[in-house]
Design a protein around this ligand. Structure first.
Ligand SMILES: [Zn+2]
Ligand SMILES: [Zn+2]
Length: 116
């Protein structure tokens, strides 16, 4: 069974070009386009073997917007950016893990600490 924490109920592009995801557990993540663009995991952005990142948040246009998003299977979404980059597949789990809100940041901090 899917974890409601990583199961989107609703995804919409906001007027400022950010992606808003409403999760099955009721949490709402507002994900700025630049944050997502800089965390794209496709082969153009990250070296598949060394995992070295070619394209990060610093390389992303500060005015970048999300044009569209589309579910890919049950576990990920494809995102089209205004720089026409459309090869990125974002697993829902990674979208939730990128949520910049204070609540999620605090959870990640605790997890990082317990992991050592
Ligand atoms: Zn990419
Ligand atoms: Zn959050």
């Amino acid at each position: 069974m899917a974890d409601p924490m990583f199961e989107p109920r609703k995804m919409q592009v906001l007027t400022d070009g950010a992606l808003e995801v409403t999760w099955a557990d009721g949490h709402v993540s507002r994900l700025p386009a630049r944050l997502l663009r800089g965390n794209c995991g496709c082969a153009q952005c990250v070296d598949e073997i060394s995992h070295r990142r070619y394209f990060g948040v610093e390389q992303a246009d500060p005015h970048i917007r999300i044009e569209d998003s589309m579910p890919i299977g049950r576990y990920a979404a494809a995102i089209l950016f205004s720089d026409l980059h459309d090869t990125g597949i974002f697993p829902y789990k990674s979208l939730r893990n990128l949520c910049p809100c204070a609540e999620c940041a605090a959870i990640r901090e605790v997890e990082a600490r317990t992991r050592g």
